[in-house]
Every structure is written in C-alpha cells, then in structure tokens.
Write a protein that binds this ligand. Structure first.
Ligand code: ZN
Length: 177
C-alpha cells in the first residue's frame, strides 16, 4: 500500500524517531508499505519512516544494481531497523542529492565516503555492515531523517540561500493539503 508522504514543513520531519522495541506485525506491515511507497514514487531510492508520518527508527533503501553505470538499475532492497552509525571516514565527497519530502530540489551535499552501520533486519537479527560511496550516501541521508535532519541542513549558506525561495514554495504548496 502506498502511504502519504510528509513534505518539507511538516513537523514530523524534524522529530527524532523513537526506537522500535518489538518487530511485530505492525512493523512488518509498515516496512512493506514503505517499500511500496519508495518504489511507487518517481526517483524513490530510499525512504525513512518519518517521511510517511511515523516517527519510528526504520528506513528502507533500494541500492543500485552492481552493473549500474549511467542508467539507474534497481538492485537489492534493504531494511534498517534501529540503525546506529558506528563509524564514518574522514574523507568526504560532494554529490547531488534530492529527497522525496522535498520534491524537485537538488543540492550538492558533502558526505563521508565510508560508513559502518549497525542495524536490525525484519527478523530482529543485528548485523554490522560497511558501505562505500553512493550506498554510504544513501544510508547517511536516510539515517539523518531519523534524527530530524534534512539534506538542506548540510549544505553551505550560499547554496541554502539560493534554495530558500523554492523551499518556501514547497512548504506553501504542501501545507495547504
Ligand atoms: Zn530524504
């Protein structure tokens, strides 16, 4: 089932998400719906629960296929429950990011190249994995959502200033819904 997205200006996007204590039927249903919503939305490659009005510590991503070059080929879907960023590299890089909650707005965002993350999967199993490059970026972007942080908070003042009008327009457009 496709869920209603929360857009920029919605207070739920600024809240810190609560840990998930028990991976029960409700959580499994939420995750299934989040995957539907991510896949059913254009350019959707990641989605965090606050983006569908649930202030809970879970996000889903769809990594690009390993054979992906310039055309996006969808690959593995992964679920991160109660994720914890254990380590990030000092080395960083800039790349263009967008967000389903901030439609049609993009900016060059600095992120660490590597991340080590601990999370539970749907069976409750905890594992620690390392991600590099674009995959690391996706995880850090979604994990930010669980802390009430958006990619526009991570860009420099001038870039942010340049986006201010568009941001105001997005806020206005979606707050009237
Ligand atoms: Zn986002």
């Amino acid at each position: 089932m496709i869920l209603k997205l929360a857009y920029y200006g919605d207070p739920v996007l600024r809240k810190k998400a609560l840990p998930i204590k028990e991976i029960n039927e409700d959580i499994r249903k939420l995750v299934a719906d989040m995957i539907d919503t991510m896949q059913g939305t254009e350019n959707g490659v990641g989605l965090a629960a606050p983006q569908v009005h649930k202030s809970l510590s879970v996000f889903v991503v769809q990594f690009p296929d390993k054979n992906y070059t310039d055309k996006w080929v969808p690959g593995l879907i992964e679920v991160f429950i109660n994720p914890k960023i254990l380590e990030v590299s000092d080395e960083g890089w800039f790349y263009s990011e967008g967000c389903l909650s901030i439609p049609n707005l993009y900016a060059e965002v600095p992120r660490p190249v590597k991340v080590k993350v601990q999370a539970q999967d749907l069976s409750g199993e905890t594992s620690i994995k390392e991600f590099i490059g674009y995959e690391a970026r996706m995880i850090l972007h979604e994990n930010d959502h669980l802390n009430g942080v958006l990619f526009i908070d991570r860009i420099d003042k001038e870039q942010r200033q340049a986006l201010e009008n568009d941001l105001r327009a997005i806020k206005k457009k979606y707050s009237s819904r």
